[in-house]
Design a protein around this ligand. Structure first.
Ligand code: ADP
Ligand code: NI
Length: 214
C-alpha cells in the first residue's frame, strides 16, 4: 500500500503547490492526518480513507473555474493510471463526489463510514484557528471584502446557489462554518470540533466588539 500511495502523492502534489486559497498541499496533509486519526478510533477501510483524503480536493469547483462534481472524474483517471482495482476506484470516486459542503439548507447525504471520516477530517480543517486563517486567505484570494455590515448572510438551499455566492468573508462563518459543529458524523469528529467551534465564536465576538467601539 505504501508504495502506491507514494506514487499517488508524487503525481498530485504539484497540483496543490500554487494554491493560495486555503486549498494548498498543507490542507491536504492536515486532512490526511485528521482522517487517519479518526479512522484509528472509528474503524473503516484505511486505504479508502487515505486515498479519499489525498484526492478529495483534486478538482474542486472553487478552484477549477466553477465546474461542479468534477473531482470524481479526475480522481478516477489518476487511480486508473496507478492500476487500482475497480472496487477501490468506485469507493474513492463516490467519496470525492459526496463529501463537500453543499449549502446551509442542503441536507447532508447518507454516506459510508469512510466518507464520514474524510468529511469530518475536512470539516475540522474548515473550523478553529486554521479554519479562520483559511477563510480569510480564501476571501483575499477571490478579491472579497473582509466584512460589509449591509450584506446579510444567506442560508443557501441549493448547491448551485451556494457555489456562485460571492459574499464578504465574515458571512462565510454564518453560511457554513458555525453550522458545521452539528454536522459532524463521527463521535471523534464531534469531540474535536467543540474547541474549534468555541475559537470561532470567541473570534467573532471580538471582531464585532472591535468594530462597534464607540
Ligand atoms: P468543502 O469541500 O466542504 O467546500 P474545502 O476543503 O473545499 O471544503 O474547503 C472549504 C474552505 O474554503 C472553507 O472552509 C473556507 O475556509 C474556504 N471557503 C470556501 N468558500 C468560502 C467563502 N465563500 N468565503 C470564505 N472562505 C471560503
Ligand atoms: Ni478540503
Amino acid at each position: 500500500m505504501e508504495d502506491k500511495i507514494n506514487k499517488l502523492i508524487e503525481k498530485i502534489k504539484s497540483h496543490f503547490e500554487n494554491d493560495f486559497s486555503g486549498h494548498d498541499w498543507d490542507h491536504i496533509i492536515r486532512v490526511l492526518n485528521n482522517a487517519k486519526y479518526i479512522q484509528s478510533k472509528e474503524g473503516g477501510n484505511l486505504e479508502i480513507v487515505i486515498l479519499g483524503a489525498l484526492l478529495h480536493d483534486i478538482s474542486d469547483h472553487k478552484m477549477n473555474g466553477g465546474i461542479l462534481n468534477h473531482g470524481g472524474v479526475i480522481a478516477k483517471e489518476i487511480l486508473v493510471e496507478l492500476n487500482y482495482s475497480v472496487e477501490i476506484i468506485d469507493q474513492v470516486v463516490a467519496l470525492v463526489d459526496n463529501i463537500s459542503f453543499k449549502g446551509a439548507l442542503v441536507e447532508d447525504k447518507k454516506i459510508s463510514l469512510e466518507q464520514q471520516i474524510v468529511q469530518d477530517a475536512d470539516r475540522l480543517d474548515a473550523i478553529g484557528a486554521i479554519g479562520i486563517a483559511r477563510t480569510f486567505a480564501f476571501g483575499g484570494n477571490k478579491n472579497r471584502p473582509i466584512y460589509q455590515a449591509s450584506v446579510e448572510p444567506t442560508l443557501h438551499d441549493t448547491f448551485e446557489d451556494y457555489a456562485v455566492s460571492k459574499s464578504h468573508t465574515i458571512n462565510h462563518f454564518y453560511e457554513k462554518l458555525l453550522l458545521l459543529k452539528d454536522r459532524f458524523n463521527t463521535e471523534t469528529g464531534k469531540e474535536l470540533a467543540k474547541e474549534r467551534h468555541q475559537v470561532m465564536e470567541a473570534f467573532l465576538n471580538q471582531f464585532f466588539k472591535e468594530i462597534e467601539l464607540k
